[in-house]
Design a protein around this ligand. Structure first.
Ligand SMILES: *Cc1c(COP(=O)(O)O)cnc(C)c1O
Length: 409
């Protein structure tokens, strides 16, 4: 691997100092200053190489700087980048067709960030409840779950159960009910005629790669259908191959009414998100009722088309399905007194540590020194989510380092 000329001689400490001096302190990043990336690898300003086990929270499932997506971005940037939705573009229709054919939904509504797409899904559910289901105005209720993560807007943190996400941001948006995750009976009991939708992460990522009991999504599907409510799957992080299927809900053979996508929809190049639904739901929107200046812009959807194309053509979903179980098994074989549980699906794995281990952060810092970038989630879980282009020998390389850190720290 070439670690020759450093493109950027600026010292790590100076660049960190700049961030701390001029930027809001709303994150606590590892002190690695990345200046370059390719595939599963990133390099810091001092030329050190790391395997990326976060993949930008699954936004770079296709690997960093994928050449085909890069080409689409550059070519489109030379032609036209933004028309606004006041005009049409030659990119939007082909993108809509591609994403609908790939996912089996009838329509797509484009946004930019994940949080905006979640907001869009919530607005869709409420409007559907009033206009189609006949819920009395102002009475629609949406059910969400403990330890959910759906983004950071005021409405979304209104149904978060994470104190840090909410503290100081009230007053909150009413109309949400939060139930225990994984407990379908609780949902059954909570259903009433004004429930518009159930919003669920098929696997809770930020909560620590939490898998619900087998059959849970199937039961949510059955309950929502019977009570005439929508089932909304937030697949922003779990979707687009992360779990070894295109969408995590496919593991249970169900089909939600609304699917929220983001992150890897653009392979890390550009914020592109949106929701998928069939006509009876999506047709609640009439001109002027919802929108976004950048949503569905030509640059975004040119990038998204390439990102979806390479995901399929280069069999990244299959790679996740094939290597995920191997990786999980290798990790489970590590004998470490710190490890409470190793769990996951596809290339999405959480290593939960015992409380006595002193938190996952110090393990992530030790892994950084070994050339592996992981980010702790919920204090006690080391989250592993490499780009889906990872190869078996790279997994072996990583397991060796994970074993060293988990057994010596
Ligand atoms: C990241 C994420 C979001 C929010 O996406 P942003 O682009 O950060 O706004 C929503 N839901 C889930 C499950 C996510 O992982």
């Amino acid at each position: 691997m070439s670690t020759t000329v450093l493109e950027n001689q600026a010292a790590t400490t100076d660049l960190i100092a700049l961030e701390e001096r001029y930027g809001a302190h709303n994150y606590h990043p590892l002190d690695v200053v990345v200046s370059r990336a390719e595939g599963v690898w990133v390099w810091d300003v001092e030329g050190r190489r790391y395997l990326d086990f976060l993949a930008a929270y699954s936004a770079v499932n296709q690997g960093h700087c994928h050449p085909e997506i890069l080409k689409a971005l550059v070519e489109q940037a030379h032609r036209v980048t933004l028309t606004s939705r006041a005009f049409r573009s030659d990119q939007l229709g082909p993108f809509y067709r591609q994403v609908c054919e790939l996912t089996g939904f009838q329509k797509f509504l484009p946004m930019n960030t994940g949080a905006e797409a979640v907001e869009t899904a919530l607005k869709t559910a409420r409007k559907w409840a009033y206009k189609v289901k006949g819920v009395p105005e102002g009475k629609a209720e949406i059910i969400a779950f403990n330890n959910n993560f759906h983004g950071r807007t005021i409405t979304i943190v209104s149904f978060s159960t994470e104190a840090d996400y909410r503290d100081g941001f009230g007053p909150f948006t009413p109309g949400f009910r939060v139930l225990p995750y994984g407990d379908a009976d609780a949902v059954e009991k909570a259903m009433h005629e004004n429930v518009a939708a159930v919003l669920v992460e098929p696997i809770q990522g930020e909560a620590g790669i939490v898998l619900p009991p087998a059959g849970y999504l199937g039961r949510l599907r059955e309950i929502t259908r019977r009570h005439g409510a929508l089932l909304i799957a937030d697949e922003i992080q779990s979707g687009l191959g992360r779990t070894g299927k295109l969408f995590a809900y496919q593991h249970e053979g169900i089909r939600p009414d609304v699917v929220i996508v983001g992150k890897a929809l653009s392979g890390g190049f550009y914020p592109v998100s949106g929701i998928l639904a069939d006509d009876p739901v999506m047709d609640v929107f009439k001109p002027g009722q919802h929108g976004s200046t950048y949503g569905g812009n030509p640059l975004a959807v040119a990038v998204a088309q390439a990102a979806l194309r390479v995901l399929v053509e280069e069999r990244m979903v299959e790679n996740s399905a094939e290597l995920g179980p191997y990786f999980l098994e290798r990790l489970r074989q590590i004998q470490s007194r710190h490890v409470k549980e190793v769990r996951g699906l596809g290339l999405w794995i959480g290593i939960e540590l015992h409380r006595e281990a002193g938190g996952a952060r110090r393990f992530c810092e030790a892994l950084q020194k070994e050339g592996l970038l992981c980010k702790e989630t919920h204090d006690h879980v080391i989250r592993i989510a490499p780009p889906l282009v990872i190869k078996k020998d790279e997994i072996d390389w990583a397991v060796e380092r994970l074993e060293r850190v988990l057994t010596t720290l």
